[in-house]
Design a protein around this ligand. Sequence first.
Ligand code: BG6
Length: 518
Amino acid sequence: MVAIATGVPADPTEAENPLTAGLERLPVGPTTLVIFGATGDLARRKLLPALYNLAHDGALPQRFHLIGVSRKEKAHEDYRAECEEAIRRFSRRAPDADVLKGLLENVKYVPGTFDNESVYAKLGELLDGFEKKAGEPLNRAFYLSTSPSFFPTIVEALGSSKLAHHEHAEVRVIIEKPFGTTLQEARELNRRVLSIFDETQVFRIDHYLGKETVQNMMAFRFANGMFEPLWNRNYIDSVQITAAEDLGVGTRAGYYDSAGALRDLIQNHMLQLLCHVAMEPPVSFTAEEVRNEKVKVLQSIPQPTPAEIPEMAVRAQYAAGHAGGEDVPGYLQEEGVPEDSTTETYAALRLEVDNWRWAGVPFYLRTGKRLARKITEIAVTLKPVPHLAFSQDGSLGVRPNQLVLTLQPNEGVSLRLGAKIPGTRMIIRPVNMEFLYGTAFLSQSPEAYERLITDAMRGDATLFTRNDEVEAQWRICDPIVKYWRGAKAGPLPQYPAGSQGPQEAAGLLRDSDQWRAI
Ligand code: BG6
């Protein structure tokens, strides 16, 4: 921990990490990135600022072009001005004029609907033109940042316009979430995507995988020898994963009301976090090895039956309350939400990973909008010590060890230990041993999309969801979605905005467990 805490190798001769030796990162070849949905929220808030920051860090290939595709008619200059505005507003760094200019010079815009053949013809011309000018083939990455209903249309149009393959360069397609809204839809989408592209060309986004702290879970588990011997059912009592948000549905009611908390966060981000906790050490950190191990975890989670669902899943919706120092409306009063909506804004599950390592250990997952604060964390609670030799008073403060990985906002790792309170008596109290990213590394973490865009451009799929993985995630969530939408689901519990969530969530826990405070 000391070496990590200062960000400096403890012993310079040990600086090379045996886990990554020989796995040097692939180079980013010259690339043209095409963003479908180029004027949408995601492009403005995340993708364009990520591209700017990559340009700032010199991490874009020397030959890099960006083409935005969207419905509205507009000139290249107007789209460039919009890009600049979005970067100025949402970038984590104040933009440097020269870097920004350099990036924007290589931006073009193609207007049109995604089912319009002429859009793809125009794209083809631009792509060929860039190559001619460069005098070399350029890789192509098509980023689908549109409403999911357009994914099949775009993929098939890329196929029919012969843009999905290139004889001398790599062609990749990056697909945003949600990847389907049911298992059946995900399978159908996979079928259609894979009828045009090879799986090695496909990069399904789960932006949590691009977060530094999620990647650090691998480092934490597999670069430290001390945790792995304890990392099993013999020592671990329960795992609790929380992704709480203080904000409400905001301006996204249209999408959110058809999704709900389970599909929005648990089906993807939270199951990925669970996989990171539960997976076996991969033989190497290659895309296939890592994803094979994650798929095995997902396959070890039994598919919930309708009879089990009321016992292992709780949903609820926020009512009016008090959050962030002000009175806020309930979900049904939010703009764009149907007044009789039964969409859940909170979901909690108790899952089991039925394999040799984890059988019998409950994995609790919970997420919700308008909870008391924003926090994403994983708490691993160890079993209590087998015998307490201290006097009764002395033992009162003894708690099981708990390891908490905080993914956001105060990124770090904390380990709860029992310690003697200074004084003449033997009285124990829990204390925390902490590692905080902010103080250990003194550098700003890149945004998840920065890492993901470069990885996709270099063809490294480790941090992207494979076809069987996304289907395995739906296999777990599908029956719960169906049950909640069905007649047997019963009344939808409510929780006040700004609270800890619905009381009903306590019903998922064993008597010895409690939810951590949000
Ligand atoms: C998105 C969800 O995938 O993740 C949003 O659609 C949610 O509803 C967001 O707010 C949370 O991401 P982060 O990075 O802020 O934890």
